[in-house]
Design a protein around this ligand. Structure first.
Ligand code: URA
Ligand code: URA
Length: 241
């Protein structure tokens, strides 16, 4: 049987829900509906959480970015995506991981790092760092899946760059951990190899950046986990300072 078809507005709303967005300002839905040239589905308001977030402004800023991303048509990746993957985690995270872009599992669920590489990242966060996944924020350079898991093109990363920049501004973390070459190149505006980049503290707009190997690379090259563990310890040291 052919998979159930969903209309663009439905997918837009599923993207928002996957991103943890519970309320959408009316104008955003109308804007999205306009983009998709289809009527908007109603958004059901959810009861507000009991505890107010510690940094309500960053939560709201992240939700607004996720809403924009869900309707984004800035590059060709929008044509083949199922769900956008804006990123998820604590709006007050001290530690932010940046990957490359969604794979098949992420495209299907709207959540970052949920496939095989994601399971290794989960292990790094929980077993290694003794944190919970929801304590950190996990984002990506591009928010839509490059077909066939190819690297995003320079045009695609450029089209998406402003979303990541605004997410980092909203999060204002203590430290950024760039997972793999694509994220390191984007944040550090360089084309140096990962072998040359890692082992030093870099900087993105005043925020320390630790580049390390991508979890997918570690799955193929388990010996490099030793170096990633050194990098992760540096991440924790900076976050604790
Ligand atoms: N690889 C990435 O770079 N990001 C994801 O979200 C998943 C896999
Ligand atoms: N090369 C990459 O592209 N990524 C890594 O994480 C390591 C080497």
């Amino acid at each position: 049987m052919v998979a159930a078809m969903t209309s663009p507005p439905e997918r837009f709303l599923r993207s928002l829900r996957a991103a943890g967005v519970r309320r959408v300002p009316r104008g955003h839905i109308e804007a999205a509906a306009h983009v998709h040239a289809a009527p908007a589905a109603p958004v059901v308001a959810q009861p507000a959480d009991v505890a107010a977030p510690a940094r309500p402004d960053s939560a709201a800023a992240l939700a607004a970015i996720a809403t924009e991303v869900a309707a984004c048509t800035r590059c060709g990746l929008c044509e083949k995506r199922t769900l956008t993957v804006p990123g998820e985690g604590s709006p007050t995270a001290d530690i932010v991981f940046i990957g490359e872009g969604p794979g098949a599992d992420e495209d299907r669920t709207g959540r970052p790092f949920v496939g095989a590489a994601g399971q290794l990242l989960d292990k790094i966060i929980t077993a290694g760092m003794k944190l919970r996944r929801e304590d950190v924020f996990i984002g990506n350079v591009v928010k839509c899946r490059p077909p066939g898991n190819r690297n995003p093109t320079p045009d695609e990363t450029a089209a998406c760059a402003d979303y990541l920049a605004r997410q980092i501004d909203a999060l204002a973390p203590m430290v950024l951990c760039a997972l793999g070459k694509v994220a390191a190149h984007q944040l550090l505006d360089t084309t140096l190899s990962m072998a040359r980049l890692r082992g030093r503290v870099h900087e993105y707009r005043g925020i320390p950046v630790i580049p390390t190997y991508h979890p997918a690379y570690l799955l193929r090259n388990p010996a490099a986990k030793v170096e990633t563990w050194q990098d992760i310890q540096k991440v924790m040291e900076i976050a604790a300072s």
